[in-house]
Every structure is written in C-alpha cells, then in structure tokens.
Design a protein around this ligand. Structure first.
Ligand code: GLU
Length: 551
C-alpha cells in the first residue's frame, strides 16, 4: 500500500463509498444537446438581495430557454452566517417573483429531484468521499498548523515583502509530513484541516472563456487552499466543485465576486477528474449616487432587499420585467414588438449581459410597472391587490373583499383599449387611487381651482343638481354639462374661450372640474361619467350638497 492510500484510510476510514458509486448514482442527465443545467446556490442568511434574485432569474432563464434544468442548492456549510428560517426566506423570495426552481430544495426539509441532497449540510459523506480520493491521488493532505503558526507564516511573508502570501510551496509546512508524523499527530489528538496540494506553478497562466465577461486570463493557483475544515465540513470552493459536478451543472451563473477564485476552482475540478463547467459571472447591480456609481448595498438601500418590492406592492411581473430590461439590452425592443407576450417567451441570452454592472433605477421600475399594470385586466388587478392587501393593508382588503363587483368596477374604469391609464405602479398606490369610492376612508377636500370663484362653483353645482339624471348615457351626460355653461357665463366651446378669454368666466372644462372636485376632491381622475355611475345617484346628490355647503 502506498503512503497516500494508507493516509486516505487513516483519515477517512469511515468512508466506504467510492466516487464511482456516486457517479453511478448521479448519472448524466441525458438532456438534449445545448440544454443547460444551472443553479442558484445561496447561503441561507435570511436575506434575499435583489442582486440574488437577478442572478437566480438569469440562471433560471438560461436553463429554461434551452430546455434545461434550474435547481436550488442551499450552501449552508458556514453555520456562523446562517440564521433561522433562512431557507424559507429564500424559497419564499424566489417564488414571490416566479423564480421557483423545478428541482432542489423546495421547502423546509423538502426536496425534489434525483441529484440531492441539495443542502450542503446533508452531504458531508459525499464531500469526504471525494476528499479521500484526492488524498489517495496525492492532491490533498492534512495540515495541523495552528492559528499562531499561520500568523507567523504571514508575518514572515510580509517581512520579506512577497507578492504571494498564503499557504503554498515552501511555506506550506505540513505539505511534506511523513505518514508517521501525521499518524502521530492524529494519535495525539491534534486537530487538522485538509488542504489541496496545489499542482499549480506561479509562472503558468490559465485562460477561460466567461460567457458574460469574455476571455479572462489569470495566474494559475498555487495556494494549498483548505478543502475541509477541522470539523470535516467543506469550504465553499471544494463543496461547490463536488456539487456542481455531481448535480451535472453545465453553467455556473454567479456573482462576479467569485472571479478571483476561478483559478482555484478550475484546478479543483481538474484534480478531482471533473469536467470544468462554463462560468458566467454577473456584475453587481449598481446605483447612481452623487454622480458616481456604487454597489446596491444591503445596509444603505432598502431597495436592495426583495422584501421591499413585496412590501411596497410592486407586482412580481413588473420586477421581473424591469430586471430583464437591465439584464439584456434587447429586451425593450422585444417588448415593443411583443407588447402582450409573457416574459417567459423572451429569448434571454447570458451573452447579452453587460460585463460592467447594470444600473438600478427605481424611477424606471415605476415606469415599467405602470405599463405592466396598465395592460392587466381589472380582474387580475383586483386579485393581485387582494393578495397583497391581505398581508399588507387590512383596511383595503376588507373594503375590496366586502364587494368585489364594486371594486372590479372601479378598477375597470379606463382599462382596456389602446390607451389604458397608467397611474398605478404598485398595489400600495391603489388605496389613495380609489379612496373617494369609499366613505370609510374618504376625507373630502373641496378646494376649487383659482379661476373659479366660490359663488360660481356654488352656482354650477346648484344648476347641475337640477339637470343631473343618473340614467343618461355618456353623451347625454356630457351634453347636459355643456348646456349648462352659457347660463352660468361659461362657454361650452374651449376654442371659443381661447380666442376670447375675457368674454367668459371659463369653459366647459372648468365646469366639469367643479363637478369632478365635488365627486372626488381631485382635478384629475379617470372617466368622471363612469365614476358617477359607480357612485350611484344618491351619493352623487349627497356629495353635491356637501360641497355646496362647504363653499
Ligand atoms: N454560496 C455562494 C454565495 O452565496 C454561491 C456562489 C455560487 O453561486 O456558486 O455567494
């Protein structure tokens, strides 16, 4: 028996499965040529960053547009960072925006798919099996260095002002311990980490083709990075290599903070005998500030958390629509050509992503969202508002729920057709938008425009009260308003007014504004005729009276 095999048995005697058995268990997926297998692999820190959702979306679309598979893996090897409910938060966050994975972790302690477990904390034996294999091949060794010894190495390197600091080459003290020395240390109960025996050479460079960033060249890795920590739990580097191999990931789509680790990763894949997957590194989402750009920050920006969008009531469709506009620059043209198509029909392409960071702009999101909501049916708007309000606005929920037909009627005004109104960007806009339909939440404000005196406003309303007929159709309704004008010193003809403004108190627009204010306290609303139809004759009359009394 060679020393490496003896060492593998000494360290991992309890591991009986072989890599071949795992290869057999997790067979090639047999997908069609070009189908991509991608994943989202967050740590369950209990916070889903909008950048995380963005990465998950790009990852998922890149799988679904190629007929592949997108799965969710939970990277919970770092217990210090984990918080309770972190997994549920992520799953909830993804599903709230339609980014539910078809495979992987789908609930608390719940998984779907044949390539699991999908939670790293449940894969210890798998990692150790591959670690054992690396020891056998001479690519890994136990390191007994204490914190102090590692600090001393670093201090020495700093003193010598070395370009390369860390645990490598001659500084890797435990690299060449004999089997006997190792055995002795272990018998003495000394703790150890397992390190890679890096076959890298400082003079060599590696190149790889990043799908998003293009060709990248970097020095080969020479560091003997840690593969397993003292408790036998793997580091991210090692765990993700084993996982992405066994889960048959074809494209690693992740944040570009990992680019600097690619040389370690490529080396690890190779030492393990795995095919190196394709890398797609996404730049962070940026925010403009004081003329400069910075990363969207969890600490400073409320909009960095995906919960912000749900809390404010942005529909998931709007958030995704917006993220697509910053993901692929051809999305907006596609949308113009396909105004009503579902976003899932968009031919998303990782290659079309910006290699520098996409700029996040809430004002643009609001615009996008107004468009998205404007083409929804009233029924859809009602249903989605109810879902949101059930959690976020009990008062609105109760009002809408008490009479859904009335609510749907309100939401139908100026909806549909070629030019739908675009005044709602989020569900939290709806309450102020509909408040005058509900006495329970409506506080009238009868402030009249400056160009109409209280006496004239009163006269307009008194006259209107006598002419209003709830059974009029829209044309008749408007004719009556026009017919009132002359007797009150106004003109029904706007052009005429513009030609000779001194001859009139105002025009028909001013007259209807007075009526509009009496009904809604607003100068600008959706179609007033429809509003009055919904309010009903009794309320129309009582509002006219109230307004007259207040003047
Ligand atoms: N757990 C890593 C992170 O949250 C995942 C990186 C990756 O996608 O490979 O950053």
């Amino acid at each position: 028996m060679t020393d490496n095999i003896k060492l593998a048995e000494l360290l991992f005697g309890h591991i009986t499965k072989t890599p071949e058995e795992y290869e057999e268990m997790y067979k090639d997926r047999g997908l069609k040529e070009g189908a991509r297998v991608t994943r989202f692999a967050p740590s369950p820190t209990g916070f889903l960053h909008i950048g995380g959702l963005f990465a998950a979306m790009c990852s998922k679309l890149s799988a679904t547009t190629t007929g592949g598979v997108f799965f969710l893996r939970i990277e919970d090897t770092d217990k210090k960072r984990e918080i309770e409910d972190g997994v549920s938060e992520i799953i909830k966050g993804l599903s709230a925006f339609g980014m539910t994975p078809e495979e992987g972790v789908v609930g608390f302690n719940e998984e779907k798919g044949s390539y699991g477990p999908y939670q790293q904390s449940k894969r210890k034996d798998i990692y150790q099996c591959f670690a054992k294999e690396l020891v056998k091949k001479g690519f890994a060794y136990p390191c007994f260095c204490s914190e102090e010894e590692l600090n001393a190495i670093r201090a020495e390197q700093e003193e010598k002002n070395l370009d390369d600091k860390g645990y490598y080459g001659e500084y890797a003290r435990c690299r060449d311990l004999s089997f006997e020395e190792i055995e002795e240390n272990i018998k003495a109960g000394k703790g150890y980490v397992l390190r890679l025996r890096s076959p890298g050479n400082k003079e060599n460079r590696i190149t790889f083709e990043d799908v998003i960033k293009g060709k990248i060249e970097m020095p080969e890795n020479i560091q003997d990075v840690v593969l397993l920590k003292t408790d036998g739990i793997p580091t991210y580097h090692f765990a993700h290599a084993v996982d992405d191999h066994l889960m048959r990931t074809t494209h690693i789509v992740r944040g570009d903070e990992w680019i600097s680790s690619v040389p370690v990763h490529i080396q690890l894949f190779k030492c393990c005998g795995f095919k190196v997957p394709k890398f797609s590194h996404i730049s962070p989402i940026m925010k403009e500030e004081n003329g400069g750009k910075r990363k969207l920050s969890k600490r400073k920006d409320p909009e960095a958390a995906v919960t912000f969008y749900f809390d404010e009531g942005y529909p998931k469709e709007s958030v995704i629509e917006y993220l697509l506009t910053i993901a692929n620059s051809n999305f907006e043209d596609w949308r113009k050509a396909n105004p009503t198509a579902d976003t899932s029909a968009f031919p998303f392409n990782l290659k079309k992503m910006s290699a520098s960071g996409a700029l996040f702009d809430l004002v643009k999101l609001v615009d996008v969202s107004k468009n998205v909501i404007s083409v929804m049916t009233a029924e859809e708007v009602l249903e989605k508002t109810l879902l949101w309000a059930e959690e976020k606005d009990e008062e609105l929920y109760n009002l809408f729920n008490a009479d859904k037909e009335y609510a749907q009627g309100i939401l139908s005004i100026d909806r549909g057709g070629n030019k739908p109104r675009k005044d709602i960007s989020k569900w939290s806009d709806i309450k102020p938008y509909v408040e005058y339909f509900y006495d329970e939440i409506y506080t009238p404000d009868y402030t009249m425009p400056e160009n109409v005196s209280p006496e004239d406003a009163k006269a307009i309303l008194e006259t209107y009260k006598n002419t209003y007929n709830a059974s009029d159709d829209k044309d008749m309704w408007f004719s009556r308003i026009k017919d009132m004008c002359e007797g009150l010193g106004f003109t029904p003809n706007v052009k005429e007014y513009k030609k000779n403004p001194d001859a009139f108190k105002g025009h028909v627009g001013d007259v209807s504004t007075v009526i509009r204010i009496a009904m809604t306290s607003r100068r600008n609303t959706p179609d007033l005729y429809s509003i009055m139809q919904l309010l009903g004759e009794e309320k129309v009359m009582s509002r006219i009276d109230e307004c007259i009394n207040s003047l």
